[in-house]
Design a protein around this ligand. Sequence first.
Ligand code: CP3
Length: 341
Amino acid sequence: MNDTFLRACRGEDVEYTPIWIMRQAGRYLPDYQEVRRKVDFLTLCKTPELAAEVTIQPVDILGVDAAILFSDILIPLESMGMKLRFLEKKGPVLSRPVRKMKDVEALRTIKPKKDVPFVLDTIKILRRKLRKKVPLIGFAGAPFTLATYMIEGGSSKNFLHTKTMMFSAPEVFHSLMERITETTMEYLSAQIRAGAQAVQIFDSWAGALAPDDYREHSLPYVKKTIEALKPLGVPIIYFVNNCGGLLELARTAGADVIGIDWRVDIGKAITKLGKGVSVQGNLDPLALFADERVLESKVKEILKKGSRARGHIFNLGHGIIPQTSPDMAKKLVQMVHELSG
Ligand code: CP3
């Protein structure tokens, strides 16, 4: 099996820099669209054979060094008692958002085997199908990022309700965060026990917080989650979007790998993070719309700077966007392998 990804996570020697791409299974791939035409997104997530099929697509088409479970960070919120829908133009919608203590108290903790058997079944199928290929990454949203969806009722620009609760009803906010953390720990432990060989915690909206608020309102819950997972022995990646002002704090969460967005210089990020962690990132997803020569010079620069880290896993700085050409994504994977090998 190609285990370059797992070795880079642990800071061990690799023949070349491994790469995977956030949101690598998705709408930019015609093969994904073909499956998706037959079923809606949530049905796809909940049908293990299909979820496994689209998980493997980018491994076969692009040649990436890791597969990531096909699912969504919002799936466990259904188990907590929220009603989740994905609308075609609008994205995720959670009806009856969490605003008051009584809403928090009505939430349940996930029981993975009972509530999300389809996730665990997908992982089991994938481990069989990926045996001679690449490792499988499981994932969850970070508690703060999940809280924004639960409180706003969907995606948000300025996190009005989230920050209002955080600043004016901190006891409600913290008890919500406690409950989400319990669910996240259960959910990720179950994924690892089912066979996930690494896990990524997506803190997609951490960068909306001032450092002091991040320290108080997001970081402790990520730390707690990671502490609970450590004994299970798989690498833990903590992706912090818009990480610029938060790097030194994010490092203290205890992850094996810090995932960074493209708004920071990866060399400077590595200096701030030190030798104790590996780094994942951080090409601007829109660089895949440049011509090949421009793309190559950006890739070279990231690889050169990335080589100073304990371990470097190449990735985009956030998810690949639906308009991307699969051929360019494939070229990126080849470039990273050739230029670092
Ligand atoms: O390939 C992979 O990376 C694995 C699958 C994956 C999806 N979502 C599939 C998906 C992963 C890891 C996620 C994580 C996720 N989901 C995050 C964190 C990463 C990030 O982008 O910051 C967040 C914030 C979500 C919530 C979410 N899911 C939104 C806001 C949306 C709508 C916007 C959009 O991108 O479509 C989704 C839907 C979603 N999740 C799709 C996919 C493939 C598109 C669904 C479709 O087929 O129509």
